[in-house]
Design a protein. Structure first.
Length: 467
């Protein structure tokens, strides 16, 4: 982060320094009281549903924080008054809004292009692939971890360093209006929309509404920006950037922008020929699933836009091996484990089932599927549809379900008449016990469900990484 003073931070955030030294230097901003660095940290106490982080102010001041936002009067123990040690106390109306306003003002100091990444599924993987492809020609900054929210994105911008030449910023939403707030801060030079699924449809109402919200990634984009759209997606293939911006399509559709052909899977990993801006390159991925071709094509399209050589970008992508709990294929005690437990939506669950179908296994193929959350009024219908997808083409030999919604998957399989053995559970411990007893060397097992269903812990224990 480029150095600013507490007084400057107060001005940008719309606050006032009411105690302490306004000349205190800030080189780091954090909402975590454990993350106070170098005595030059601005602490932003967030008020959540369960915790009011203002209670940590005495602790962060003892640790040497140079400044803190304070958005309300709260009683402190032992007569503590913020700022008595010289920490700058910046009074604001709302801490989260002040953080966003600070980031908005600080954005003027960031002189490098920023690539925004959004979509219902695959944002993080696409972010990583875009960053890798760009690294063939630039020093790249990328969103760390899962900081893609109204709070995470502002914190991300403060971490961009003076040595960085281009940034890749993941931008996620779950509620109406969030993308405008984030895009206003980021002001992306270009943006990628990966797909329009049903994640958060309970809050947003329809896929069309989700598309409209995702398209607001252009809200803060300067006129003349470029939007990369997935031509294979039914709601993006016929869509276009807003007036004044340029549209670039990518996908597997010849004649519609940049495209991939000659796609083949070997042990679940895709190889293909990429056709990008009139050039071609062979691409060999080490992540699983045919859907990764689209993520790779987005990355190659962005890299080409920024004049990175196609072959160099493709070579960088060949080194990507994915993330823990995201379509990881592990070999544990003779069993092939597909750990895709980070989260789940109908689109990503179908993609995970495709990986199960594609992997080689001497024994049975077992799908362990848990509830998908935040799907709104259509939640049971969408789970039932997963059961139909599993049954069509006999994509598994055995189905384990966990949760009342996932039971609809089992109901659809039964109704289809597919010869798939079914076990349904409402209790995770009982399901895990049965699964452990059931699996044999040579089997392949997929674990997939929303993060709150905690299948990641099951996967860890299966491979000896948990307790």
């Amino acid at each position: 982060m480029k150095e600013i003073t507490a007084g400057e931070a107060a001005r940008l955030a719309g606050g006032t320094v009411e105690a302490g030294n306004p000349e205190n230097v800030i080189t780091h901003v954090s909402t975590d009281s454990r993350d106070i660095k170098n005595g030059a940290t601005l602490f932003v106490p967030v008020i959540g549903e369960k915790t009011n982080a203002h209670r940590f102010l005495p602790d962060v001041e003892k640790k040497g924080a140079s400044a803190a936002f304070v958005s309300e009067d709260i009683p402190f123990e032992n007569g503590y008054r913020p700022g008595e040690t010289g920490m700058a106390v910046i009074r604001v109306k709302d801490g989260t809004k002040a953080l966003q306003d600070l980031a908005y003002g600080y954005r003027d100091r960031i002189r490098i292009p920023l690539v925004g990444i959004t979509g219902s599924v695959g944002k993080t993987t696409t972010r990583e692939m875009v960053a890798l492809a760009l690294s063939a020609g630039y020093r790249v900054f990328k969103t760390p971890g899962n900081r893609n929210s109204q709070i995470g994105v502002p914190l991300t911008l403060f971490e961009i360093g003076s040595e960085d030449e281009i940034g890749v910023i993941e931008m996620g939403i779950s509620l109406p209006g969030e993308m405008k707030k984030i895009s206003r801060i980021v002001r992306p030079s270009c943006a990628v929309m990966t797909n329009i699924g049903t994640a958060h449809i309970g809050q947003l109402g329809s896929r069309e509404n989700i598309r409209a919200e995702k398209a607001d990634i252009q809200y803060g984009m300067p006129e003349g920006g470029t939007v990369f759209l997935n031509a294979d997606d039914d709601l993006l293939g016929g869509y276009a950037a807003k007036k004044g911006n340029r549209t670039v399509y990518y996908g597997t559709v010849p004649g519609k922008g940049n495209y991939a052909d000659g796609i083949c899977l070997k042990d679940g990993c895709a190889s293909f020929t990429a056709h990008v801006d009139g050039k071609t390159a062979e691409v060999h991925l080490k992540v699983f699933g045919r859907h990764q071709v689209l993520n790779a094509m987005a990355a190659l399209s962005v890299a080409s836009f920024y004049h990175v050589g196609l072959s160099g970008a493709a070579e960088k992508l060949s080194g990507f091996t994915g993330f823990k709990h995201r379509a990881q294929i592990l070999h544990c005690n003779g069993i092939t484990v597909i750990d895709d437990t980070y989260n789940a939506s109908p689109v990503s669950m179908k993609a995970a089932i495709d990986i199960l179908q594609a992997v080689s296994a001497e024994g049975r193929k077992v799908a362990v599927l848990a509830d998908m959350k935040e799907l709104g009024e259509r939640e049971r219908e969408l789970h039932f549809d997963i059961g139909n997808y599993l049954s069509d083409g006999h994509r598994a030999d055995v189905l384990f379900t966990l949760g009342s919604l996932a039971a609809e998957i089992a109901a659809a399989v039964r109704k289809s008449g597919a010869r798939i053995e079914i076990f349904s559970f409402s209790d995770a411990a009982r399901m895990e016990e049965k699964l452990k007893e059931y699996l044999k060397p040579g089997d392949a097992v997929l674990l997939k469900g929303s993060n709150s269903m905690n299948l990641s812990a099951v996967a860890d224990r299966m491979c000896g990484n948990g307790t």
